[in-house]
Design a protein around this ligand. Structure first.
Ligand code: HDD
Length: 748
């Protein structure tokens, strides 16, 4: 029998295991081979083993395994060859009859190269096409074996390798990172009992309650089918037409119109499993569970004007940020917390936990931290890993089970199905990035692109010719939670699913003033892009059921009278347990990273105080912030005694890309900067976006020239004397943003 005691499970004390010997063979006790393996497993060619075929796999070993090392390729010091390994003499010219003559059909080298190139693209994901990923590990804080048999939670300190992909939803593969959109947060755990994929989002609820509506939702938000516009945007008629006819989307719309939908970084957003899942322990007892990832760096967002400008200045803003942080050793980290409750608790809630448009407020069920996720390695190859990774909501392991959430039900089907066309067949699980580290043994065979060389004559079960292998593991395997089922076969929804507004109101009530302002602005912006007036009116009528002030402000912003509230499905709504949940505000989640990895521009020109710039840059670096010298152009600048090397320019790196700015002292340099409209625009954007700004000595002139009001400077606008200010700047920067200076319309 398999040894299932917690301590006997192999650990993954670090990610190196992914490539090491430990990963290339099954762990002792995880597979029981037939008593005499040679009788059943050997083939006639065994004795002819050579370098290519290798030694026969050891007892119970799976050929697909071996981590990623077996497929890594390095070309260092190697000659060019064809795909058949034939050395290439000349990679410059096609084969011709005479130097000016026709190219020849027999040029198999040219044809192989072009043919491969012609097929280098695969279909992009129908949703979540644009994304970025990284490797890392999950580490459990403590054993959760009383709650779940899921092996990543087996004991304190246990590490499970993971691959995590973040994404936008609506945009195509090459679209901008900073679109207003939900972000995917998909985690593949390579556990020692198989792969578990927690395929979540950065928003804890969803637009719809039933998978039946998913294709409609996606068709509505994607570019409109007649002209293919707009790209990566929900601000258009079809999206708002659909959601305003689907009041169940109201709660999600509140989140999607909040700053949550424009995160500052993938490293600075929460993640949620969204659905209610089940934990099942070794005794078969079950609790309901919700999964929450919280970033150690805090949950931070952009503001809309900034997101728009970043999308022009650096469409790869989030991809670059994730990549650079990991390369710099600033490993992004999240804490996993669970909300655990019983079926009886769930019965009592005013909402249905099977309804993915609802959260379980933290006031009802507190969060219990259970482990941490660390991303510490960038992929070697974007296509082979980030593009070919196949997440699947159906991938669960013993200890984790589904609930009857009707949105989840559709997902359990959809993901494998979509990979079959996206990745070209049923063997996508053999791609190195998808292959589990746990052994795979079954009688599934053949199909497109099959890698495994299944040995022996037996491909069925039961069998006697293979010694009965591979065999069922009974209770040691995945046993579904025996949830009782009752009821007629019908299409419909449970009663509590009909309440659509309580939690939208809860979200609105829990936002601070500036967050509410941003929500109003986002509705106004999005609906202003809608061309059919009736759709605007319908949306505002829906918002009247959330909050009168919200609806009033949006109506005013659109220049329309307040319509009647949309009729509710329920005459009397159930009383919500809570009407205010502070945890729903971004301001409740500052994180612990302070200024680490924050990007600060120091504007430089010939004639600024070079020594002052250097000492500020040093102080920033010491605190873990990243100082960039932004000049009129890149390259060395003479500042008198010191020479500064500008690594960015006001042309290639405008103000929206930075978390803060410093204008150094030195009148001559500052005057030169003031003559450059881009430097003034840089400061205006920094001001408008609520960034931390500091002017040292004569640097003040530049701020004045940019028409930034200095009469009552807020905490994020510092005017200091030469040689001071570094500490004040750093503590203002740690506040992320200074929304108190915002006005509508912006003053600057
Ligand atoms: Fe989905 C991809 C998350 C509802 C069908 N989904 C996809 C990805 C994420 C999510 C993060 C990208 C995975 C990656 O990085 O490769 N999806 C969600 C969440 C949902 C949700 C949190 C609601 C709670 N999805 C949902 C429904 C369906 C799908 C209801 C279909 C019935 N999702 C898919 C898909 C995708 C996908 C079509 C596209 C590419 C892929 O799967 O691999 O199967």
């Amino acid at each position: 029998a398999l040894d299932q005691t917690a301590g006997a499970f192999p650990h993954n004390p670090d990610k190196a295991q992914e490539y090491g010997d430990a990963a290339s063979c099954p762990h002792a006790g995880h597979h029981q081979a037939p008593a005499d393996a040679s009788v059943h497993a050997s083939t006639l060619s065994e004795t002819n083993a050579n370098e290519k075929t290798g030694a026969p796999p050891g007892a119970g070993e799976n050929a697909v395994q071996g981590g990623l090392s077996r497929v890594r390729a390095d070309d260092d010091g190697q000659p060019l060859s064809t795909n058949q390994g034939v050395p290439l003499a000349d990679n410059q010219s096609s084969l011709k009859a005479g130097l000016r003559g026709p190219a020849l059909l027999k040029d198999f080298i040219l044809r192989e190269k072009i043919t491969h190139f012609d097929h280098e693209r695969i279909p992009e994901r129908i949703v979540h096409a644009r994304g970025s990923a990284a490797h890392g590990y999950f580490e459990a804080y403590e054993s959760l074996s009383d709650l779940t048999a899921a092996t990543p939670f087996a004991e304190a300190g246990k590490r499970t390798p993971v691959f995590v992909r973040f994404s936008t939803v609506a945009g195509e593969r090459g679209s901008k990172d900073t679109a207003r959109d939900v972000r995917g947060f998909a985690v593949k755990f390579y556990t020692d009992q198989g792969n578990w994929d927690l395929v979540g989002n950065n928003i804890p609820v969803f637009f719809i309650q039933d998978a039946m509506k998913f294709p409609d939702l996606v068709h509505a938000v994607k570019p409109e089918p007649h002209h293919g516009m707009p790209q990566a945007a929900s601000a258009h008629d079809t999206f708002w037409d659909f959601v305003s006819l689907m009041p169940e989307s109201t709660h999600m719309l509140m989140w999607a119109m909040s700053d949550r939908a424009i995160p500052r970084s993938y490293r600075m957003m929460q993640g949620f499993g969204v659905h209610t899942f089940r934990f099942v322990n070794a005794q078969g007892e079950s609790r309901l569970v919700k999964f929450h990832w919280s970033p150690v760096a805090g949950t931070h967002s952009l503001v809309w004007d900034e997101a728009v400008k970043i999308s022009g200045a650096d469409p790869d803003f989030h991809r670059r940020d994730l990549w650079e942080a990991i390369e710099a050793g600033e490993y992004p980290e999240w804490e996993l917390a669970v909300q655990v409750f019983t079926d009886e608790d769930a019965e009592r809630f005013s909402f249905d936990v099977l309804d993915a448009t609802k959260i379980v407020p933290e006031e009802l069920v507190p969060l219990r931290p259970v482990g941490r996720l660390v991303l510490d390695r960038n992929p070697d190859n974007f296509f082979a890993e980030t593009e070919q990774v196949a997440f699947c909501a159906a991938h669960v392991i013993p200890g984790i089970d589904f609930t009857d959430d009707p949105l989840l039900a559709g997902r359990i089907h959809s993901y494998v199905d979509t990979q079959i066309s996206r990745l070209g067949g049923p063997n996508f699980h053999e791609l190195p990035i998808n292959a589990p580290l746990a052994p795979v043994h079954n009688n599934q065979r053949d199909g497109m692109h099959r890698q495994t060389l299944n040995r022996g004559r037996v491909a069925y079960e039961p069998n006697s010719l293979g010694g009965g292998c591979p065999f069922q593991s009974g209770k040691m395997g995945f046993v579904p939670f025996p949830e009782p089922v009752a009821g007629d076969t019908l299409r419909g929804k449970p009663e509590k699913f009909a309440e659509h507004y309580n939690q939208a109101t809860l979200f609105w009530n829990s936002q601070t003033e500036f967050e509410q302002r941003h929500i109003v602005d986002a509705f106004r912006f999005e609906l202003s892009k809608v061309t059919v007036p009736a759709i605007r009116v319908r949306t505002v009528s829906m918002l009247r059921n959330v909050d009168e002030a919200l609806a009033g402000k949006v109506a005013k912003g659109l220049g329309i009278p307040l319509p009647d509230p949309m009729p509710r499905a329920l005459e009397t709504s159930p009383e919500p347990e809570t009407t205010h949940s502070p945890a729903l505000s971004l301001t409740a989640r500052p994180g612990k990273a302070g200024v680490r990895t924050r990007q600060v521009a120091i504007l430089v020109h010939e004639g600024v105080d070079g020594a002052g710039v250097q000492s500020l840059a040093k102080a920033l670096a010491k605190a873990g912030a990243i100082a960039r010298l932004v000049g009129p152009r890149v390259g060395p600048l003479d500042t008198g005694k010191t020479r500064l090397d500008a690594d960015a320019s006001v042309e290639n790196s405008p103000g929206a890309l930075f978390d803060g700015v410093i204008v150094p002292d030195g009148q001559i340099g500052v005057d030169r900067l003031a003559a450059d409209g881009r430097a003034l625009e840089f400061l205006r954007d920094q001001y408008r976006h609520g960034k931390t700004m500091m002017a040292v000595g004569a640097g003040r002139t530049l701020v004045e020239r940019a028409d930034i009001p200095l009469a009552n400077p807020d905490d994020g606008l510092l005017l200091v004397d030469a040689g001071s200010g570094a500490d004040a700047f750093l503590s203002a920067l740690a506040r992320h943003r200074h929304p108190e200076r915002e006005t509508d319309p912006p003053a600057v």
